[in-house]
Design a protein around this ligand. Structure first.
Ligand code: SAH
Length: 250
């Protein structure tokens, strides 16, 4: 196994059993859903980069409609299948172990595309370009993406994110990118910083105590501690923005 694969596996292992694999909040998600234009009855929904499916379950419950969820990690997909059964939602949820960059779905087959904390793996622009054809005319995409909120970002923050996510854009740049890709930007919402702590960083910190103390786990932990230290001091400068996009109306 090469170093990168080993690192990703350690990262996946750290995030197993957690409700979320990235920052987000159920109440905040339901608020966004309440603000969307009316979708067709029984909308066709996809959750891309679903992790263990926190949004998949929420969407299935909210719409009582079919949700297809895709993730690269077979461990996460298995966890989602178990959670769907436990919630009695297994008839509404199809969990697919696959690559969200290589979806061979028919064009215009998704009415609501949801993707939380995952598009950065493809890059915002590439992800939008790949997913655009899948969305039905007037269909909606709700996508959260790490974004810069302010200018004059302090040096340690720029350094860290230059290394971790060099193509991270400002909200204005991302709005421009989405518009160029053919979407109308209906709204943007910043995820409040307390949601990062309560729903993601604190549960991850608890997992630090549970996982085996191997060199690779230690390096994952110190990388995440560094990320958290920066967020603690500088969350005014960056965070997750949810972009609400509509296809085909300019
Ligand atoms: N949406 C979930 C998970 C976010 S973490 C949540 O908010 O909790 C990002 C997820 O994207 C991880 O589960 C990772 O396995 C997945 N991922 C990364 N690249 C992917 C790809 N190319 N195809 C499918 N899933 C991918």
């Amino acid at each position: 196994m090469d170093n990168q694969t080993e690192y990703i596996n350690a990262l996946i292992n750290l995030h197993c059993g957690l409700n979320r694999q990235g920052p987000g909040d159920d109440e905040f998600s339901r608020f966004i859903l309440s603000q969307l234009p009316v979708l067709p009855p029984k909308p066709r929904i996809a959750d891309l980069g679903c992790g263990t499916g926190v949004a998949t379950l929420l969407l299935a419950k909210y719409y009582h409609s079919q949700v297809i969820a895709v993730d690269f990690s077979s461990d996460f997909i298995q966890e989602l299948e178990i959670k769907a059964k436990q919630a009695g939602l297994e008839d509404l949820i199809t969990a697919i172990h696959g690559d969200m960059a290589k979806l061979d779905w028919p064009p215009a087959s998704v009415d609501l595309l949801w993707s939380e904390g995952a598009i950065y793996n493809l890059g915002f622009k590439d992800g939008l370009q790949l997913w655009y054809p899948l969305i039905s005319p007037h269909g909606i995409a709700v996508i959260s993406e790490m974004s810069w909120f302010l200018e004059d970002v302090p040096e340690p923050v720029t350094q860290y994110w230059q290394a971790s996510y060099p193509t991270m854009g400002t909200e204005a740049e991302n709005i421009e990118t989405a518009t160029r890709c053919g979407f109308k930007v209906l709204a943007t919402y910043k995820l409040p910083s307390h949601c990062w702590w309560y729903n993601y960083y604190q549960p991850v910190r608890e997992r630090f105590k549970e996982i085996e103390s191997t060199p690779i786990n230690q390096s994952v932990i110190s990388e995440m501690e560094e990320e958290m230290r920066l967020f603690e001091s500088f969350s005014d400068f960056y965070g997750y923005t949810f972009y609400v996009l509509q296809k085909g109306v300019k």
